[in-house]
Write a new protein. Structure first.
Length: 231
């Protein structure tokens, strides 16, 4: 019975190996963005239908490298880690290709179906709900008071350890903002297809688990044959 249970477990592990990490209530775009920061890496995904204009705009800024050498100017533990506007937040100057869309604004895309919870991406803006440009926050906790006031357009899919490193950084207060004392820089960024780096690992995990399950099944058959000869 133990071998049979082990064989079933191996088969189950083979299936789980290729399931997407985490459950997503909203459909995501195929692209993922990786931020390589001075505190570690963060991987972001964007909602396909909830805030399509905002998602496309931010993704295009990443494609153009507009967030490279930018920084998290605000880290308020339990609330938000906010990326600065690419106009003014970067150490490197924007080139003409990046400047083309760096100041474009997006409309407020407020949806009651999405809420501000830890890991979601929320668009920054001024008083005008249609004034968002490139600054956005990663939520560090639940913030229901922001729901239907700020656009939620995606979520973090990897990098919670990096967020915790940010939260533990020494901070200072300037007015309403809690800011890190030392610059938390986005050294570089890149865009990739979802799951591209995991496909080969997934196939190997399936093969290994299937091989293990087959071996356990054969061992179980041999034991049965020895204990129950003629059956």
């Amino acid at each position: 019975m133990r071998l049979r249970a082990a064989a079933r477990l191996a088969a189950l592990l083979a299936l789980v190996a290729c399931l997407p990490f985490g459950a997503h209530a909203q459909e995501l775009l195929d692209e993922r963005v990786v931020l390589q920061t001075t505190k570690g890496n963060i991987e972001l995904a964007f909602y396909k239908d909830v805030a399509p204009v905002t998602s496309r705009h931010i993704l295009e800024l990443f494609r153009r490298g507009a967030y490279d050498t930018n920084h998290f100017f605000r880290v308020d533990k339990g609330f938000v880690a906010q990326v600065a506007d690419v106009v003014g937040g970067r150490r490197a100057p924007l080139d003409a290709f990046q400047e083309e869309i760096a100041r474009d604004t997006v409309p407020g895309e407020f949806q009651p179906t999405v809420v501000h919870r830890r890991g979601t991406l929320s668009m920054g803006r001024y008083d005008d709900p249609d004034s968002g440009t490139s600054s956005f926050s990663i939520l560090l906790g639940n913030a229901p008071h922001l729901d239907n006031k700020y656009t939620v357009f995606g979520e973090m899919v990897a990098g919670d350890e990096t967020l915790r490193e940010m939260e533990n950084a020494e901070t200072r207060r300037e007015g309403i903002f809690v800011m890190p004392r030392d610059r938390i820089e986005i050294i570089s960024t890149y865009v990739k297809r979802a799951g591209a780096a995991k496909d080969a690992d997934c196939v190997k995990a399936l093969e290994d688990a299937t091989h293990r399950a087959d071996g356990l099944a054969m061992e179980l058959a041999e034991i049965r044959q020895r204990r129950l000869p003629g059956r």
